[in-house]
Design a protein around this ligand. Structure first.
Ligand SMILES: Cc1cc2nc3c(=O)[nH]c(=O)nc-3n(C[C@H](O)[C@H](O)[C@H](O)COP(=O)(O)OP(=O)(O)OC[C@H]3O[C@@H](n4cnc5c(N)ncnc54)[C@H](O)[C@@H]3O)c2cc1C
Length: 473
């Protein structure tokens, strides 16, 4: 008998899962997404009449299966090779990103460099004893370098002091500074990156934006019989005797609550909401779920007429004079994304929580703030700003607040008691995933459904091993 599978979310995780299952005899797949296009946060869309992504979207080449999956969805002539360039803007100076210690020390000047080196040595001799993000990064790089390059940016992203962030976030994303390697780099015997995750030097990018990968995949899925329901919001997962049995959903524009029965449900929609929607979830689990938090992002797309914003694909701006933290310049990814326009689109990222005034700031006030920030950061003068469009992303980052695992693990355990119910993806599994992690989660979820993978999906993206090399097909 054919098993009916509902997959909630047509982002990388949901689509990767659908791709495996729809090729298997005996499975029929329905994919639901509340947006009007596929790809989730890795999709592309038009803002200010040019193609844009949801901020920078570089594929990290950590896992061959994710890399193969990604590039199998685009043809060679749809890709361009981009020499990667990104920096940090701090006190009117540009520092290479990933941080290169020799470059940083040269730019900081003699006195500040001596302070950084002494602070690094102090951190090694008398490490901070706690287990926060601040403790881990300060012990790895020295408090001084940490406070210059990591503190302001991280506190803007997460909205809490770095002492309140869990160290697991840093462990997953950064490599500790090795003194011997660093000296070799300072003597120019070797290139050393402090943040290994982004040590890629060239990357192949779809010339019409990240979303092309997922648009092509959607065509393939439809050819294999997958029904893709866009503009459809799933509100509830039904279970009976702790077994998934179906979902409720609304089609946008219609007040009618719809229901479909399914044999298997896979969710990449926000974990907290989906868990709470299940009637059989007990009060203790609900109490843990209620302690988990997400951050939101507002992306401000700014069309500027000038052409001297710099060569960076993205630029971290470490300054409390502006409220955004990172700027992406899409013209430096692919000029094809401009669709022939003579202007550039810059994307500024603002982060906030539901209760922050910034989240509910009216559109016109937000645009005024963006215009002010663009000028303060000297990206463009007032007369060069042609238009601004905002994109609000509710729940863009699961917050790894200190102790969050004490709340998350019991929920994972409670969910393990349910059969034919799977949680995957960045919001879906409450994991600070990049797209490669989400692709792997989707692929392995399908393998698990098929009985070919016995591991735990919760364990994906908990290690800190990276293999970044510029890769050609
Ligand atoms: C600003 C920014 C920059 C990033 N840069 C990079 C980068 O450079 N490289 C990288 O690899 N990753 C990057 N990421 C992360 C990457 O976007 C995510 O890891 C990836 O999109 C996660 O895929 P997913 O399928 O898990 O979730 P998503 O992409 O979030 O997809 C989930 C989908 O489910 C839909 N959905 C949610 N709730 C419901 C519901 N109730 N009913 C129906 N549908 C629902 C959502 O609309 C969405 O389409 C970045 C993220 C952000 C925010």
């Amino acid at each position: 008998m054919t098993k009916r599978v509902a997959i909630i979310g047509a982002g990388p995780a949901g689509m990767a899962c659908a791709r495996i299952l729809c090729r298997e005899p005996g499975y029929s797949v329905d994919l639901y997404d509340d947006r009007n296009s596929v790809g989730g946060l890795c999709g592309s869309f038009k803002a200010c009449n040019q193609i844009v992504d949801y901020g920078p979207h570089l594929l990290y080449l950590r896992d061959q299966r994710a890399t193969d999956f990604y590039y199998s969805n685009v043809k060679d002539d749809e890709l361009i090779e981009v020499p990667r360039f990104s920096r940090i803007f701090y006190r009117n100076k540009y520092f290479l990103y990933p941080v290169r210690v020799a470059d940083a020390l040269r730019n900081l000047g003699f006195l500040e460099s001596v302070r950084c080196v002494l602070s690094f040595i102090k951190g090694k001799l008398f490490p901070l004893k706690g287990d926060s993000f601040e403790d881990w990064v300060a012990n790895s790089f020295g408090y001084r370098l940490y406070s210059i390059f990591f503190k302001v940016y991280s506190e803007k992203v997460w909205g809490v002091k770095c002492t309140e962030l869990d160290q697991s976030f840093a462990q997953q994303r950064m490599k500790k500074l090795d003194l011997v390697e660093t000296i070799k780099e300072a003597l120019r015997l070797k290139n050393t990156n402090t943040v290994e995750e982004t040590s890629i030097t060239h990357f192949r990018y779809p010339k019409l934006g990240s979303g092309v990968v997922y648009e092509h995949l959607a065509d393939e899925l439809r050819d294999h019989g997958v029904n893709i329901h866009l503009n459809t919001t799933v509100t509830k997962i039904h279970t009976r005797a702790k077994k998934a049995t179906g979902i409720d959903f609304y089609r946008q524009g219609s007040p009618e609550l719809c229901h479909e029965d399914y044999d298997i449900v896979v969710s990449s929609a926000p974990f907290t909401e989906m868990v709470k929607s299940i009637d059989e979830v007990d009060a203790a689990t609900r109490a843990y779920v209620n302690k988990l938090r997400y951050r939101n992002t507002v992306l401000a797309f700014v069309e500027v007429a000038n052409d001297h914003v710099g060569p960076d694909q993205w630029l971290y701006v470490v300054s409390n004079d502006v409220q955004f933290g990172r700027m992406t310049n899409f013209g430096n990814w692919s000029t094809y994304m401009k669709l022939g326009a003579p202007t550039n689109i810059l994307c500024l990222e603002y982060w906030m929580s539901d209760e922050d005034a910034l989240w509910s700031l009216p559109e016109d006030e937000f645009i005024a703030l963006v215009k002010k920030d663009v000028q303060t950061a000297q990206f463009a003068q007032a007369g060069q700003i042609k238009s601004v469009e905002l994109k609000r992303i509710h729940r863009s980052y699961p917050v790894y607040a200190k102790g969050y695992l004490d709340n998350l693990q019991p929920v994972y355990q409670a969910m393990d008691a349910f059969s034919d119910l799977y949680f995957i993806g960045r919001n879906g599994a409450f994991k600070y995933n990049n797209q490669d992690h989400s692709i792997i989660m989707g692929l392995l979820c399908a393998e698990k459904i098929l009985g070919r993978y016995q591991g735990s999906l919760w364990d994906i993206n908990t290690d800190n091993t990276y293999q970044y090399v510029s890769k050609t097909k």
